[in-house]
Structure formats: structure tokens, C-alpha cells
Design a protein around this ligand. Structure first.
Ligand code: GLA
Length: 431
């Protein structure tokens, strides 16, 4: 553990190890909606017109985003995933949208989304084909980048199927250059490390210089086991991936599946809390036309979104595993700290978790203010180093707290704070 703590202290002193892709985008984790997990490759617009991949789907989502408070909450990008194009490029070698499902074309769709004050994302692939078998961009990077720019696209998700892995880096870098050359600001979402991990440890310095966010691990499914596997992968690779995140470039643990079928409400709270702790892009994949009010309230919870969008942009990490609880922490601006406590015991009822400020835990010396955000908002008031707080956490649920130092003397002491955090865990004073 000390390895990560020390690394973070190092990073906070020297600044980020690598420069981010310098396109001025994704200074905070991207927020929006992406079709894949919920709508997949449904192209059957005759049999299933409401759920097929068509211009109608994105127009309706854009409408909902404005009407139902999503835009106001910060969700901005409406993103197309795989299965949008024709099987053939046009006579000039350009990608074209499937004419039956997108009769007005992508440019008109972008105009519509922009007219709502939102942004449009599209999907392509660094290799010969997309994962679902549609035309890939290999050999067409400049053409495709220019086509997307001409259409007014604002984000490109660039997948990594059907590509020789030794050429992945070159391909992702060349597309980054091609996007840059268009002169349009296009947020660049990559899957480079996901496809490289099976062969070698990816070069996160190069990835951060190339992409605004990058997928590291498997696709999310609508299940708690899938969300758990993503959290476990992230925690077990945190010493490698956490330092690479910061304004302009983020680790992407994949979509939020909140509001669908597979997660209990407690599990939905866990996904939301931990995606905020991980400084992850918040790209929902759900049906905004039909979402239960509790899921909607959770996804629009401004306290959690504030943690996600914290301007310092440091990714949090797992700091302890104790008695089937996991503790995750994220350093926030103004020397605040977010703490998530996940109850991994999937049997029985709520269990109490004791938080005790250890002597030397500077954030509460002499006093701190603690606010509980999940499972319900509660001001826990002023705490001192002697305080003992017991929080109740449901099975597979998460309690989310913020800790704010009280003393105006407590400024710029991140380094001290982290050093003390490691001492705190070594002595096991967080129980
Ligand atoms: C890959 C990606 C997914 C999705 C599908 C589409 O599996 O990781 O996020 O884009 O391809 O085919």
C-alpha cells in the first residue's frame, strides 16, 4: 500500500508525470450517455423501432437529457457506439451512416444535438473492422477524422478490434494526430491499453499524451459481478494506473449501468460512489426515457457529481481491505478527502464500520467536518482526533463521506497528509 501512497505524494509535489493530450478537453471526467451496454448492436428498426441504433434513439436521448435535468446535472455528450455505419464506404472512401437507420445522416444529427446545447460522440476502430464487424479505420485515419470533423462530431470512441497488437500504439497516435489536424476539438476516447495488456504492460505516459480517456479492462455488463471485477482490476493495478490520471486524461472503467436491470439499489450506489472516487468518465448506458426515480436521483446527485468533477482531478484508490470492507479514498480540492466504504459481505444485513481519526491524521487535527453523502445525506458534524464514527453499510452497498479540514492552518499539506495516511493504515487505526 505504501507504494501508492508514496507515489501520490510524489505526484502531488512534482505535478503529473506525463503531459496530458493538449487539446484543452476533458479537464474533468467526461459526462454523458453512450448507447452500447443498454442497446448494443440492435439494428432491427422494423421489429424494434424504439430500441434500434438509429438517429431517433439519439434524438430522443438528447431530448430527455434536456427535459429531465441531465444536462443541468452536467451530462453533456450523447454518444453513438458500434453498428451505426453502412457495411460499405462511399465512392470517396468515406464512412457513411446506414441510410435506413440514419436517413438524415450524422451531420444533421449533430446539428440537432448541438441545438439542444449538447455534444455528439461517434465510434470507430483503429483496426480493419469494428468489434461488431463494420468497416474499421485502418488505412483511413485522416479521411475518417476529417469526415467526423465535417459532420461536427465532438467525441470519438476509438476501439481496438481487428488490429495487430504491435501496431496499436502507432495506430492510436496517428489517429490522435489526424484528429488534431482537422482543427476541430474532438475528445478522444481510446481502448489502447485494454488491447495491449494481454501482451505487455502499456506505456501510460504515451497513452496520456495521446488520449483523453482510455479503457483498461473488460466491457461492463449489467451485473454486480461485472462491476466488482472492474473494481478489483482497478485496485490491483492502481500503482500503475492512478498516477496517469489527471485533468485532460482519465482511466475509463467503462459505462455506468445504473437504471437498468442487473444491480440492486445498493449496488447502483456502489457503482456511482466508486466511479466518482476513481475520477472515471460518467457515461451512462441506460434508457433515459424509462428510468426509475431512485436511479435518476442517484445519477443526478450533485454531491457525488461534485466529487467526480473535483477540479484537482486526482484519481482515488483503494487504501484498505478490512473484515470484508474495502476503503477507497480520493484527495479533493481544498485539502478535502472523499472516503468510500464498500461492504463486500454479501450475506446478512447492514454492518457497522468504525472510522477513527488516528493521532497524527492531520486532516482532523485539531478538527474536521464530516458529511455523509450515501446512503443518505447527513451532516455528521465536527469531529476531532478523538472521535469515533460508526457508519452502517448494507451488503454490496457503499457509504460515501467527505472530510473537510477545519483549521485554516491546514493548507497545502497534501504530502504530510499522505505520509500520515500510510502511518494510519500501518497501525490499523481505521477499523
Ligand atoms: C468493444 C468495446 C465496447 C463496445 C463494443 C462494440 O467490446 O470495448 O465498449 O464498443 O466493442 O462492438
Amino acid at each position: 500500500m505504501c507504494r501508492v501512497v508514496c507515489l501520490l505524494a510524489f505526484v502531488s509535489v512534482l505535478g503529473l508525470a506525463a503531459e496530458a493530450l493538449d487539446n484543452g478537453l476533458a479537464l474533468k471526467p467526461t459526462m454523458g450517455w453512450l448507447h452500447w451496454e443498454r442497446f448494443m448492436c440492435n439494428t432491427d428498426c422494423e421489429g424494434d423501432p424504439d430500441n434500434c441504433i438509429s438517429e431517433r434513439l439519439y434524438m430522443q436521448m438528447a431530448d430527455m437529457m434536456v427535459k429531465e435535468g441531465w444536462k443541468e446535472a452536467g451530462y453533456e455528450y450523447v454518444c453513438i457506439d458500434d453498428c451505426w455505419p453502412s457495411r460499405q464506404r462511399d465512392a470517396q472512401g468515406r464512412l457513411q451512416a446506414d441510410p435506413k437507420r440514419f436517413p438524415r445522416g450524422i451531420k444533421k444529427l449533430a446539428d440537432y444535438v448541438h441545438s439542444k446545447g449538447l455534444k455528439l460522440g461517434i465510434y470507430a476502430d483503429v483496426g480493419k473492422n469494428t468489434c461488431a464487424g463494420y468497416p474499421g479505420s485502418l488505412g483511413y485515419y485522416e479521411t475518417d477524422a476529417q469526415t467526423f470533423a465535417d459532420w461536427g462530431v465532438d467525441l470519438l470512441k476509438f476501439d481496438g478490434c481487428y488490429m495487430d497488437w504491435t501496431l496499436l500504439g502507432e495506430g492510436y497516435i496517428n489517429m490522435s494526430k489526424a484528429l488534431n489536424k482537422t482543427g476541430r476539438s474532438i475528445l478522444y476516447s481510446c481502448e489502447w491499453p485494454l488491447y495491449e495488456w494481454p501482451f505487455r504492460k502499456p506505456n501510460y505516459t504515451a497513452i496520456r499524451e495521446t488520449c483523453n480517456h482510455w479503457r483498461n479492462f473488460n466491457d461492463v455488463y449489467d451485473s454486480w459481478s461485472s462491476v466488482k471485477s472492474i473494481l478489483e482490476w482497478t485496485a490491483s493495478h492502481q500503482d500503475i494506473i492512478v498516477p496517469s490520471a489527471g485533468p485532460g486524461g482519465w482511466n475509463d472503467p467503462d459505462m455506468l449501468v445504473i437504471g437498468n436491470f442487473g444491480l440492486s439499489h445498493d449496488q447502483q450506489e456502489s457503482q456511482m460512489a466508486l466511479w466518482a472516487i476513481m475520477a472515471a468518465p460518467l457515461l451512462m448506458s441506460n434508457d433515459l426515457r424509462n428510468i426509475c426515480p431512485r436511479s435518476k436521483e442517484l445519477l443526478q446527485n450533485r454531491h457525488i457529481i461534485d466529487i467526480s468533477q473535483d477540479p484537482v482531478g486526482k484519481q482515488g484508490y483503494r487504501s484498505a481491505k478490512v473484515d470484508s470492507f474495502e476503503v477507497w479514498e480520493r484527495p479533493l480540492s481544498k485539502n478535502r478527502l472523499a472516503i468510500a466504504v464498500l461492504n463486500n459481505q454479501e450475506i446478512g444485513g447492514p454492518r457497522g464500520f468504525v472510522i477513527r481519526a488516528a493521532p497524527g491524521w492531520k486532516i482532523c487535527d485539531p478538527k474536521c467536518n464530516v458529511t455523509q453523502i450515501l446512503p443518505q445525506y447527513k451532516e455528521m458534524g465536527v469531529q476531532t482526533q478523538q472521535s469515533k464514527m460508526v457508519i452502517s453499510v448494507n451488503p454490496s452497498g457503499t457509504a460515501l463521506l467527505t472530510v473537510t479540514p477545519f483549521s485554516s492552518d491546514f493548507t497545502g499539506l497534501h504530502k504530510l497528509h499522505w505520509e500520515n495516511t500510510s502511518i494510519r493504515h500501518k497501525h490499523g487505526t481505521i477499523l
